[in-house]
Design a protein around this ligand. Structure first.
Ligand code: ARE
Ligand code: CA
Length: 531
């Protein structure tokens, strides 16, 4: 008990130091995330009554435990994420969703595909990941472990199919009674763009992803598009998100943010309460690249943080494997971030893959094995964005359900059976989470590469790392920027007492070290892990 409490105190001291030193550039993000004057009258009223403007702090490294059930998320926070120094965890959409009782068209073979959760029915937290009580308890447990919780918020639309929900409610499309928030508001026809006349496409769906009105007002893959431009819908959505904030949630990944649009996003954000920590909530907007002008991820950085979906493709192309087994060239990563055309790091949630891109070919995925781990370790070392480590379930078809009961309820994560990837627990990744936290915002220096697939760099005098994406081990002699000494390789070992449980690396008086980096492997040292 005493021991656990001491550990907790130490963690929170660590977290606040990280927030102070690392949070500065994100401080600017938070300020920028405050809606501007164009947010409309509703936003202005809400803002004048809300607490003083505060920025959202740097979340630190986030694990994205996609569709882990709440009990398993809680356990992971306590057993793995907190002790390793993860600052946050992103969880799947927790609101009540469609529960399919029959298959769709002929191509449809899976009754409870993973994507059921993206079809809200109401805002009670009765999902396939667990009950409202389990959700609340998970948030509490994670926070006690020093891990903040970020929720995937599905607020652009309601369901596109089905008639019953995990919470046992029945509905018809465009008529969802008793939503469970905002005095049990309901949605009726008049709350959907289908009936507002704003959608210009013939089919009522988004036929052209470059057409502004279609993107905002038409239906994304046939999902009932909410009139987020009305005060009633904004109030209802804000009531849902404020309920989550009240439970201790620290912010949101906003699903389909491109389809809500900046003015509506700003107006909804202006209605949000502060987090229980007294800061503004994280507002991480899902905007796929490719759209012109106002539809581009860059154009959403004035409304919040954005997901690094273009970065995912650059990482894939540098490492390469999926789907054609070719090796790319990680020497290209000397330039990565705003200088390679991506959104600025301080405004970006960066990752190697998420649940869409691991399936659509845009990204490396768990099937790339060591190469995927290597890329994740590189991301943690790069200093770009707020890095997420994606950890989910294995699949053979794009629609596969996570491991679940016949009824669709997700079963507890079992990291031994091969059904879950548990990448967040990989020992080398855990080592790099600690390394990332230790080097903080230290500048990259002493870049070295072989022109192909071996790279090395330091972060100030605090840490040094090398990656080999090639098929053979490679011996390199390079400047590390660290002072002379023998250091524990935190990718393959841990410092325990005065020694390292894995290999060590010796830095000579001139700062140079001679190191062999294994094939598809990394090594990393940090100034506070000297043996
Ligand atoms: C399912 C069925 C559909 C059915 C629908 C409604 O698959 O056949 O019509 O239900 O009944 C996820 C799944 C969908 C699923 C949906 C609802 O991926 O297959 O539909 O859940 O259950 C665009 C959007 C972007 C969106 C992607 C998928 O801009 O916001 O499409 N991503 C988020 C989530 C998804 C989720 C949804 C949104 C919906 O991350 O997981 O869908 O909540 C170009 C464009 C992009 C476009 C991209 C598509 O790059 O520029 O804008 O992304 O193509 O690849
Ligand atoms: Ca919309």
């Amino acid at each position: 008990m005493q021991h656990a409490r001491r550990r907790l105190l130490r963690r929170s001291a660590l977290v606040s130091t990280v927030a102070l030193t690392v949070g500065l550039s994100l401080g600017a993000t938070g300020a920028g995330a405050q809606p501007g004057t164009g947010a409309g009258p509703a936003a202005v009223t809400a803002q004048s009554t809300s607490a003083p403007k505060l920025s959202s702090p740097d979340p630190g490294v986030m694990a994205n435990l996609f569709e882990w059930n709440w009990t398993s998320v809680a356990k992971e926070c306590t057993d793995v994420l907190g002790p390793a120094g993860y600052g946050g965890v992103q969880v799947a959409p927790p609101q009540d969703s469609v529960k399919r009782t029959k298959l769709g068209d002929g191509s449809d073979t899976i009754l409870h595909p993973w994507w059921e959760v993206y079809q809200p029915v109401d805002y009670r937290l009765t999902s396939r990941m667990g009950s409202e009580a389990e959700f609340k308890s998970m948030v509490k447990t994670c926070r006690q472990a020093g891990v903040k919780v970020y929720v995937d918020a599905v607020i652009n639309h309601m369901t596109g199919q089905g008639d019953t929900s995990y919470g046992g409610r029945t509905f018809e499309r465009y008529a969802y009674s008793d939503l469970g928030v905002n005095h049990n508001a309901s949605y009726a026809n008049s709350d959907f763009h289908k009936y507002s006349g704003d959608c210009p496409s013939a089919s009522g769906g988004i036929e052209d992803f470059n057409n502004l009105a279609q993107v905002r007002y038409c239906e994304l893959v046939g999902l009932s598009d909410l009139r987020t431009d009305t005060t009633k819908v904004r109030k209802t959505l804000a009531a849902y998100l404020n309920k989550l904030l009240g439970y201790g949630v620290s912010g949101f990944r906003v699903d389909a943010a491109k389809h809500i649009g900046q003015p509506d996003l700003d107006a909804i954000y202006a209605r949000l309460h502060n987090t229980v920590d007294g800061t503004r909530p994280l507002w991480a907007l899902e905007v796929f690249g490719g759209g012109p002008g106002i539809l581009s991820p860059q154009a959403f950085t004035s409304s919040g943080t954005v997901l690094g979906l273009d970065g995912v493709k650059q990482i894939r192309d540098a490492f390469k494997s999926y789907p054609d087994a070719h090796v790319g060239s990680i020497a290209t990563l000397k330039v990565f971030g705003a200088d390679s055309g991506l959104t600025p790091g301080g405004k970006t949630l960066s990752f190697v893959q998420n649940h869409d891109t691991e399936r659509n070919g845009d990204a490396l995925n768990y099937k790339d094995g060591a190469r995927n781990i290597l890329a994740t370790q590189w991301l943690l070392a790069s200093g770009y964005g707020t890095p997420q480590v994606y950890s989910a379930f294995t699949f053979s078809t794009n629609d596969d359900s996570p491991p679940a009961t016949a009824d669709g309820m997700v079963t507890n994560t079992d990291c031994s059976g091969g059904a879950w990837t548990c990448i967040d627990r990989n020992a080398g990744i855990l080592g790099m989470v600690g390394w990332h936290n230790y080097v903080g915002k230290a500048q990259r220096q002493n870049w070295w590469d072989d022109g192909a697939n071996v790279i090395a760099f330091g972060r100030g005098a605090k840490g040094w790392v090398a990656f080999n994406n090639g098929p053979e081990p490679k011996k390199i002699t390079v400047q590390t920027g660290l002072s002379a000494g023998t250091y524990c390789d935190v990718v393959h070992g841990k410092k325990s007492g005065g020694s390292c449980t894995g290999p060590t690396i010796t830095v000579r008086g001139n700062g140079k070290a001679t190191v062999t980096v294994g094939a598809t492997d990394a090594v990393a040292i940090q100034a506070n892990r000297r043996v």
